[in-house]
Each structure stands twice: as structure tokens, then as C-alpha cells.
Write a protein that binds this ligand. Sequence first.
Ligand code: CA
Length: 252
Amino acid sequence: MHALLVEDDDRMAHALSTALARRGHTVRRVGRALDALLHAHEAEFVLLDLGLPDLDGIQLLRRLRAVCAAPLIVVTARCEERDIVQGLRAGADDYVVKPFRMAELIARIDTVRRRSDPAAHEAREARQARGDRERLGDREDGSAVVRRGDVDIDLAGRTVTVAGAEVALTRREFDVLAHLAARPDQVHAREEILDRVWGDVLLAASRSLDVHVAGIRSKTGRAELVRTVRGFGYQLGRVDSRTGSRTDSRLP
Ligand code: CA
């Protein structure tokens, strides 16, 4: 596949280009944000350093996201939680902090690429990848829709509706929710969710799990849809459709 590598440091760029080429990828390396925007259309995936000479990386990330849907991994020395959250919210699929192990970065690239296939193909792949063990979409009543109060989670169609209106979750927010919904009676460990949805259990990704859960809660307006099990993980929660979201209903 064709990678766009946005990195102003020559040594880092050389190391990354070599590793990517070894994996069979072709690489266009650019050192400036404006060149990244020029070549974004040709990228099949993007590696983005945030510390660039001509534009802040988060600003570049937002502008890239407007013109380019390819999977994008931020590779940066910025390791504050606030930076990571900002990067993920701006549209990064993953976030890797320097210094990193090359094998780990390559594994993360494989994961985001796998997950960026078109929706129909992805639904099929997700079912296969997560295995027959979970029997996703093979529920007892033959349907792949999980209902909680007025929330319908269609696992095969990859849609979520609240009171009949579709909610636009990101690909990964849906993956997290689908993982919980596929086995609604179980409590799922953080590590298990990170492993199944992100492809690893490493610490950098574990922060993004919380961001994604927050996104699911706020976009559906049903905070109780995902139940936090303190110190362990998450479970699909119960939603009372008579009251709906407690935050916007004013009961006497
Ligand atoms: Ca830099």
C-alpha cells in the first residue's frame, strides 16, 4: 500500500521509510504540512508527526481529515493525555508516542488498515476476525439487532438508532459498542476490548477507549447504554425507554 509519511526529522523518516518498505509498502515522505496536503489524495494510509515546521500538527490533522479518509496514525513525542485526546478527537485512528518500538507501530498500521475497509466488507471481516467464538450476528432469534430501551444496535448493518433516529458513531465507537452488544450479559475487561477492537492491549490505546465510550454516551444521549465496571471494564447497560435520557427529561 502507499503510505504518506509526514515527518520533518530525517533520521526518523529514514527509519520509518525503511521499515515500511520492508513490509512491502511504497512511501512518500514529506517534511512540511503543505506538502502533506498536496499529496494526501494519493495516500492509502498516513503517518503524521505533530511537530512540523510550518503548521501545528493538530491543525494539519483536521485539514487532512477534510480531504482524506485514509487511516491515519499520529506518531509524535507529545505524550500528554490532553494531546492524545485532542489527536483522537481530531480524527486520528491511533496515536503512538515516540520513542516507540517499530514492531508495535507496524502492528498498529496493520490494525488500522484492516479496520478501514468499506463497511460491508468490514462487517464480514469483523465477524470473521472476532471469531465464531463470539457468534456475532448469530443470535438465538436469528437477528443481529440488539435492543436496549429505545436504542437499536444493528450489528450486521453497523447502525445505531435512538428512538428511531440514526446516530452517527465513528467506526471505532461502533466497534466498541458492537463488542459489548454481541455479548450483552457479560462484563468485558478493558484489556479484552482493547485487544479485540484496537488489536493490542497497550497503554497508549487504553486512554482512547475512555474517549470512545464518552463519545458513544454523548452521541446517543443515553449515558446508561455503556455501564462502567470500576477498575475492570465495561458492559452494555440497560436503558429505560420510558424516561429516555435523564438529562433532557424533566419528570415531576
Ligand atoms: Ca518533528
